[in-house]
Design a protein around this ligand. Structure first.
Ligand SMILES: [Zn+2]
Length: 530
């Protein structure tokens, strides 16, 4: 998701993640098959979802999430109609003694009015818009609230199905754009058409998405690290002008990401953009794009750049617990600083890090909260800006080369969890190994504590000399600090090795002391004179 600039109370008070119930912990979803008629005139959904799953334990009940405001008309497992209850946004079916480690097929028929998004994409739901020519324009967003606000699923970041089929039926002449590859377009009579899309890649539930509108599909074959990739932008007539340039920019940015973090993860399907009535969202292979070609002062499309980066940070590599959400947002946000540095140089990158990251950090809550967190936790933007700045400071501590190589390795290396799901702990272990140093103190301070470390500075003037002592207040914290001052023979730069004991230097009495002149480190300063 892109950064939320104003804080707001979510009017739809449901979230994704948290602690898995014992029933859901015993279930592994392998496939979703959505067959939905989407009616923009009545603003309703109607149809069924087929959930293929394996039991890895013996749950009392088969438990699926779906918002209460939908009407469930029937459930069946392996062809058997079964009784169910539907309350507290849960569909519960007595386990009829399903065998474990075997595949089962659950069908849920339902209908109703999905929630209307109050402030998409942050406050999710459906957006029932119209394009300028009067045709319906339908969009869905659900990262914060969870996909169960529109289709029945096991709503948890730890369970990515191996693939998804979507059969979305909308009135003519709309086009439905969705994840993966278009399989068929099938008229169903009375000027309605079913669009069948399929992805054969693992995908998180909130990334399963479609947008419908009177679109033109503007296509090109891009070359990503010299390999061909289908690129497509589904765009309304009013924004058709500019579509080719957007795809050309996309090809450049995709190559940047591929060079830095490894090949584009979905080469067999596509890179897709779809014109949405809201700003953006990283829906896998079909990124929501509502930025209207706006560029930053430096001249690149920040929105597309950010959402595209999630194809690596968030979609391919993803977290199993929203406590580690900063790995999606902070790493993706940091990629922008690397891009600015590569394209516009070191000074531009430094200015960017200061203005975009440092100035927006709040330090009100830890970047990584306790385990089993839900998306309801994310109430400020520190997972973006502080998360990104932590990687910037880490670069200073362990060196550019080691960080760059580690980020690439992290993306591609085998993980503890399936489907390239990771955790903060796994990232820390990798950095510890690659840096060859124990820097747990760094992560403890910046990720698990919301307070910035305190740099203590004490000055004393004796015999026309200024003596300055530096130390870190926090036990075990030992970040080196660069200083700059005027010496008798010109400007001097030094890097001080610091810990909890004072480190004393002498500088000319009239010299200004510039601490951390290159702005690498996040800290608070406590300065005293003796
Ligand atoms: Zn994002």
């Amino acid at each position: 998701m892109i950064v939320l600039f104003i804080s707001l109370g979510f009017s739809l008070d449901v979230y994704s993640g948290g602690k898995l119930s014992p029933n859901q912990a015993a279930m592994d979803v392998t496939h979703y098959d959505l067959r939905l008629k989407v009616d923009p005139y009545k603003k309703t959904l109607e149809g069924k979802v087929i959930i293929t799953f394996i039991l890895i334990g013996k749950p009392d009940k088969i438990e699926i999430d779906l918002l209460d405001q939908f009407h469930v008309s029937g459930t069946a497992i392996d062809g058997m109609n079964l009784a169910f209850t539907h309350k507290n946004h849960k569909i519960l079916i007595e386990n009829p003694g399903l065998s474990i480690f075997k595949s089962h097929r659950l069908i849920i028929k339902y209908s109703g009015k999905p929630p209307v998004a109050k402030k998409p994409p942050w406050d999710g739901g459906f957006t029932w818009e119209k394009s300028e020519d009067g045709h319906p324009w339908i969009a869905v967003s659900c990262q914060t609230n969870g996909a169960y606000i529109w289709y029945p699923c096991k709503e948890h970041p730890s369970d990515k199905p191996d693939g998804v089929d979507m059969y979305i039926t909308t009135p003519d002449p709309l086009t439905v754009a969705a994840n993966g590859v278009l399989q068929s377009v099938h008229p169903t009579g009375n000027k309605w058409t079913t669009w069948h899309w399929r992805t054969e890649y693992p995908i998180s539930t909130y990334n399963v998405n479609f947008t419908a509108g009177y679109f033109e599909a503007v296509e090109k074959t891009g070359y990503i690290l010299d390999k061909p990739l289908k690129m497509v932008y589904y765009v309304l007539p009013e924004k058709r002008n500019g579509a080719e340039d957007l795809l050309n920019d996309a090809e450049e940015y995709l190559n940047f990401y591929a060079r830095n973090f490894g090949q584009y993860p979905w080469m067999k399907e596509k890179f897709g953009l779809v014109h949405t009535p809201y700003l953006g969202m990283e829906h896998q292979t079909i990124n929501a794009y509502g930025n209207k070609y706006k560029k930053t002062k430096l001249g690149y499309d920040f929105l597309m750049f950010h959402e595209m980066g999630h194809e690596w940070w968030g979609n391919y590599l993803s977290v199993a617990d929203w406590a580690d959400f900063w790995i999606h947002e902070g790493f993706d946000t940091y990629a922008e600083a690397l891009f600015v540095e590569e394209k516009f140089g070191k000074i531009a990158a430094r200015t960017f890090v200061n203005n975009r990251y440092k100035k927006n950090i709040k330090n009100e809550q830890a970047v990584v909260p306790g385990r089993n967190t839900s998306t309801g936790y994310k109430t400020d933007n520190d997972i973006y800006y502080k998360g990104a700045h932590i990687l910037h400071t880490l670069r200073y501590l362990i060196g550019n080369e080691i960080l760059r190589e580690s980020l690439k390795e992290y993306m591609q290396m085998p993980k503890e969890f399936p489907h390239n799901q990771t955790s903060t702990k796994e990232f820390i272990s990798l950095i510890q190994k690659n840096s060859g140093e124990d820097i747990q103190w760094f992560f403890d301070q910046y990720l698990y504590n919301h307070i910035l470390p305190t740099l203590m500075v004490e000055e004393e003037i004796i015999n026309n000399k200024k003596f300055v002592e530096f130390w870190w207040k926090e036990e075990g914290f030992k970040m080196p600090i660069e200083i700059r001052f005027q010496s008798f023979d010109g400007e001097r730069n030094r890097k001080l090795i610091l810990n909890n004991s004072p480190n004393r230097i002498a500088i000319p009495v009239k010299s200004d002391l510039n601490i951390d002149p290159n702005n690498w480190v996040l800290y608070q300063l406590k300065k005293e004179s003796k």
